[in-house]
Every structure is written in C-alpha cells, then in structure tokens.
Design a binder for this molecule. Sequence first.
Ligand SMILES: [Zn+2]
Ligand SMILES: [Zn+2]
Ligand SMILES: [Zn+2]
Ligand SMILES: [Zn+2]
Length: 386
Amino acid sequence: MKDLCSCYVDMVNNSTNQSLETETVSKVGDESAAACSMGLVVVPECEISSDGWRAINNVKDITVGEENVEIPWVNEINDETPSHFRYMPQNFVFQDAPVKFSLSSFSHEQSCSSSCIEDCLASAMPFNCAIAVDNGFAYTADGVIKEDFLEARISEARDQRKQVVMFCKECPLERAKKTEILEPCKGHLKRKAIKECWIKCGCTKRCGNRVVQRGIHNKLQVFFTPNGKGWGLRTLEKLPKGAFICEYIGEILTIPELYQRSFEDKLSFPVILDAHWCSEEWLEDDKALCLDGTCYGNIARFLNHRCLDANLIEIPVYVETPDQHYYHLAFFTTRDIEAMEELTWDYGIDFDDDDSLMKPFECLCGSRFCRNMKRSKKTKQIMNRA
Ligand SMILES: [Zn+2]
Ligand SMILES: [Zn+2]
Ligand SMILES: [Zn+2]
Ligand SMILES: [Zn+2]
C-alpha cells in the first residue's frame, strides 16, 4: 500500500499529476523582437522536434551534447521513457522579457579591472565582483561555496525567523490575475546573490569566481524512482558540500505571459525570479520575470521536490547582467552527498495555498518535515470514513 504521507512530484510522464513534461504548445513569438548583442533570441515554437526525439532516444545523453558532460537516463522499474522536451543549456527569452546582455550596460564599476590577474580568488586585493557577498568572494579555491555563506543561505531557507520577506505595494503577481479587486502581496523572500566575473573582467574563464557559467561537470543520471515519484536525478559520484550542480533552465517569461499560459491551462512549472522585487517603489509588469521549464529546459526539470531538508539549495547568481530583475538560479549541495543519492530541492510550495500557479500534487518526499502531512492526514480521514 502506498504511504499517503510520503511525497510525490512526478516531474515527467504521469498525466494525472503535476508534470513538467506534459506536452504543451507555446505561441510563436516574433523572432526579431528579442535581438540583442549576446545572441539572446526568442525561443522557437515548442513542438516535438527531431532534437526532442533524439533526446528521448538517446539513453547515453539526454542533453544531446549540449552540456560539458553526457547525462544518461535509465529506467530499471518499468518501460516508461522520459517524455519529450527540448534540451536547452541556457535560458532564452520567450517573447516580451526585456533581458538584454550587452557590454555597454555593464559599467566598469560592475566588473573587475582589466589589470586583474588570471584568478581573482588568488588575489589579496578586493575586486568589484566580490562586493556582492559578505567577506569577499562566494567561492573557495576548491570551487565550492564558502561554508559561512552557504550555511546562512540554508538557514534562511529553512528557518522562517531568519527570512527577510518584502511586500510589493502592488504585486505584479496579483495584477496579472486581472481580477477586479487586487489582493495584497503575499510577500517575497529577499535573498542574497552571488556575482560571478564576466567578459568585462580582466580575469580568465578559469578564474575561481566563475563557477555557474562553466556549466555542469559532475557525473549525473536521470533515473526512474522506485518510490512512486516518477523520474528523478541522481549523482553517480560523491559530491562535496557547496558544490554547483546545475542551473534551473527555462524560457524567460514576464509574469503576464506566465499567467496567460496558466489561463490557457498549460501545465507549467514556473520559478519566479523575485529575489529583488521590492528593491524599487514600483515594479513594472515586464520587469517581473520567471522561468518556465515546461517545454524547454535542462536536467533541473528532473529534480524532485523535498520538503525542508533537500540536499540542494537554489541561489541567485548574476553573471552577464547587472539588471536586478534577471538572474540565474543555480543549485548547490547543502551537504556531502553519496554516490547514487537522489538530488532534491525544496520548491517552496505552500500546500495550503489553493491560489498557487502550480498544479497541486500529493507530496511523497518522505521527509519528516513534510509540509503536506496535514493534507495527507485529512485525505486519510476521508478515506477511513468511506
Ligand atoms: Zn575574476
Ligand atoms: Zn509582491
Ligand atoms: Zn570580476
Ligand atoms: Zn513533502
């Protein structure tokens, strides 16, 4: 008998549950609309492309060669295959998001000087890219996040008393609902970000302050979980605490575009980029952004949810833009992880929020801190009465 209290996110195939990989069809945007100096373009129409099929059929590498490493998939449980999606190693603008990566928008104050040495971490001098975090750079010479910075982020994520929650005067999420009465903002977690060196810095690509931009480098595997959670992602090697695993990749949407998709009943798994929403008086609709990995995404789409004590944490990372509205969402390990352990992150879902953009699902995470317990108990009581 299935334990109702254990957690479940089927990120793939199961049509009766929330799924990242349910077929959806995006409207084609005006491809000329998102021209920019770094080649950021509007994503083409979402369809089952030959690449999509290639990804599914390619047992050896679900990334179809888009990453530094091959990431195989395996199903030792049944005959299911991962459903089709287009693998993207980086975020792309869907249509209206005004994300522009340009050298001119990046001032000298926002990058290290050109006299900067090869590796910024090796220098005793503080560089501009270090000022965004406490005590210098976020990374150690071993390429992991510094212990104190990581611990502060973990305790903020897990302990409400340590969280700084900001409220919009008029919330873009509420405006996008287009209801007659605007509900008050539900609040946004103010989160510290990492700033990495970039092209305008004097250092090289091997600088220790460039981790996320160098991409995935661990041995990972997509696998079919034996405990009813559908597909998941696991590591095939031991991972140290603070190691970068992957980014959450998807289409960059404005919040109105996201709501448009949800109105059209397209299943999506949105990640709202709201870490700095309240840093200005009034946030315009097109500046409120999110990532949607439903149609186009990377291996992060296979990460299952775990309440509170997940072994990954997401941290905002700035690389190529000083724009506070757009950042990368990168996953780092919260502890040492053994080979073959499943990788999980806490989606931050409030299971009692019926207003959520995410399709509700029954949590099967198995964590003793599972936030879905109350709902599961209620379900059990109803079932017992029946
Ligand atoms: Zn550097
Ligand atoms: Zn708000
Ligand atoms: Zn720099
Ligand atoms: Zn749970």
